[in-house]
Design a protein around this ligand. Structure first.
Ligand code: AMP
Ligand code: MG
Length: 394
């Protein structure tokens, strides 16, 4: 059995980062940008007004001062002339500040009669002007690699980038294994189970930028598993579910081995999820990376978060690091941990973390209620209420 850290390192060693493609900005959110972007222009391209008001010479903006309004500058339509002493230009948010003007007086600080404005007493400090290039300058770099969030897409648009170079999306073939499994919507017999974590993992992988594909359920026979592996051969990552233990019907490791999988490890010191395997399928199967997840629904999903998520990020060129942990106070004490890393399902509230009483690895109802997996390292001592503990948000 190897540690979670060693298993992750072994997984990262199997990852070959994917190539890139160019996508329109509207398809860029959630993708990993792989080439640096340089701004094509200054933003804003001119000194602009931050408020609605009047543009004047800053030194003249004193309580009770009077100005003659000589024109208007609106967003997209600048005032072409020059502001001279005693003059003001009506200006609106986002409009270019006219030549000569060095501050904007808020419209609330002005009384206007015809073309004449008088400043109030008191007056706010100003200047309410955004200098040219204050957001970014032409040539500024937006560095890759980077998982693009909605705000990043807005920034790229402001930099006048209609397209962006992103990682190709990893294709993932999901193979459920088991004689007992049927698909959701089918009519299960009395001894049958609906394949569930297959769908949970597909949903998870989608949120990670992958293109998952659910293959037909493989039965617990060599022939069925072999044909499933062959269907998966063109994927970047093959993920099997179940059949990974040492029972008579657990054939995944054996069949994958016969098909040339070089096994990198088998069994990780963690709860839930001990029977996890990984390796690379040989060349005649496309050289895909393979991860064999345990079948227990919670184990499979936890391994998805702990292992598959960082692997999918690495495929897309992001740093090879564990899923990021958050921290929160514990609301009820926890006993000392055993020799395996324990990912405890916990309810996450604004006050903190409360582990569920039952941590059975078959209980999807509890996983569904859980917002967090409290990470309890091997041999962690008992934890008291109020202690700050690390957790994986799920
Ligand atoms: P296994 O690892 O094949 O021994 O499976 C362990 C447990 O997980 C058994 O109770 C299986 O019925 C269940 N299981 C396996 N695969 C799935 C799946 N795709 N969806 C839901 N349960 C599963
Ligand atoms: Mg099975």
């Amino acid at each position: 059995m190897i540690s979670v850290e060693a298993a992750l390192d072994a997984l990262f060693a199997l990852v070959r980062p994917l190539g890139t493609e160019e996508v329109p900005l509207r398809e860029a959110a959630g993708r990993v940008m792989r080439a640096d972007v340089h701004a094509f222009r200054d933003q804003p391209p001119f000194p602009g007004s931050a408020m609605d008001g009047y543009a004047v010479i800053a030194e003249e903006a004193q309580p009770h001062a009077m100005f003659r309004v000589i024109g208007e500058s609106a967003a997209g339509r600048r005032f072409e002339g020059q502001v001279k002493p005693g003059q003001a230009v009506r200006i609106f948010t986002g409009a270019p500040v006219p030549e000569g003007a060095t501050r904007v007086v808020l419209q609330e600080d002005v009384t206007r009669t015809g073309d004449i404005i008088t400043l109030t007493d008191p007056l706010d400090a100003g200047p309410h002007i955004r200098p040219a290039g204050v957001d970014f300058r032409q040539g500024d770099t937006f560095a890759a690699p980077r998982l693009l969030r909605p705000a990043d897409v807005a920034l790229l648009a402001a930099m006048n980038q209609p397209t962006v170079t992103v990682s190709r999306q990893p294709t993932v073939a999901l193979i459920s294994t088991g004689d007992e499994l049927v698909l959701p919507g089918e009519d299960p017999g009395p001894d049958q189970i609906v394949a569930s974590n297959t769908f949970g993992l597909e949903a998870l992988f989608r949120t990670l930028g992958a293109r998952p594909r659910i293959l037909p359920i493989a039965r617990d026979t060599r022939a069925s598993l072999e044909s499933a592996f062959h269907l998966a051969a063109d994927a970047d990552l093959v993920v099997t579910i179940g059949g990974a233990s040492v029972g008579d019907h657990d054939l995944v490791g054996r069949v994958a081995g016969e098909l040339g999988m070089e096994q990198s490890f088998y069994k990780v010191a963690m709860r839930p999820g001990k029977p996890l395997m990984a390796g690379r399928m040989w060349a005649d199967l496309g050289g895909a990376m393979m991860i064999g997840l345990p079948g227990n629904p919670v184990s499979a999903m936890v391994c998805g978060h702990v292992f598959a998520a960082p692997v999918l990020r690495a495929f897309q060129g992001l740093a090879r690091e564990p899923a990021p942990l958050a921290h929160a106070p514990l609301l009820a004490p926890l006993p000392a941990n055993g020799p395996r890393m324990h990912y405890m399902r916990a309810r996450l509230s604004p006050e903190g973390l409360r582990a569920f009483d039952s941590q059975d690895s078959s209980l999807l109802s509890i996983l569904s209620e859980a917002g967090a997996l409290i990470q309890r390292p091997p041999h962690a001592p008992a934890a008291q209420a109020g202690e700050i503990l690390p957790y994986l948000p799920i």
